[in-house]
Design a protein. Structure first.
Length: 173
């Protein structure tokens, strides 16, 4: 009897995880298809092929990326023969502000900031030939497209920011 109950619990858990994944896939498809409707040459030729989650970006990833960036900029400016003391001071204040934001965020730094998907579809190009397209798409947890590109070289290293970052940079620029 215990084995049957355990088996039922395991099946229920697996099924509920699958439903969440399907819901996310449906939402991503809705958002992307809405954008493609305005950008495709012939929307009526659109055919969905596949969707794959490639990565999940956490706020801490964005924080660490920005910290590394400002540390490198400060080092370059210090090594430069041109006097850029004011600029170094501003960058240092931003770096301190990022640390403060990270501390204030607490456990929220481990929450999702963006998702990277590989999205494949078919559609007609300008010449009328049906081609397979593959896009890399960053989407925020609010289901907004951050970036959509068909060239991996143009893909952001770390998309999005974190709460308070934009305001911090504006204040110190």
């Amino acid at each position: 009897m215990k084995k049957i109950i355990l088996l039922i619990c395991a099946i229920t858990a697996l099924c509920s995880c699958g439903e969440s994944s399907n819901q996310n896939e449906k939402k991503v498809r809705e958002v992307v298809e809405e954008k493609l409707k305005t950008e495709m040459n012939d929307w009526s030729s659109y055919e969905f092929v596949s969707l794959e989650v490639l990565d999940t970006i956490k706020y801490i990833d964005n924080i660490n990326y920005r910290k590394k960036y400002f540390k490198e900029i400060i080092k370059i400016k210090k090594d430069s023969p041109i006097n850029s003391f004011n600029s170094i001071e501003k960058d240092s204040l931003i770096l301190i502000g990022i640390d403060s934001i990270q501390n204030l965020m607490g456990d929220k730094v481990n929450e999702d900031a963006a998702y990277l998907y590989k999205y494949k579809f078919r559609g007609k190009n300008k010449l009328g030939a049906v081609i397979l397209e593959e896009y890399l798409i960053y989407i925020s947890p609010n289901w907004e497209i951050i970036q959509m590109t068909n060239d991996r070289k143009n893909l952001y290293e770390n998309p999005g920011g974190f709460p308070g970052y934009v305001e911090l940079v504006k204040k110190n620029m």
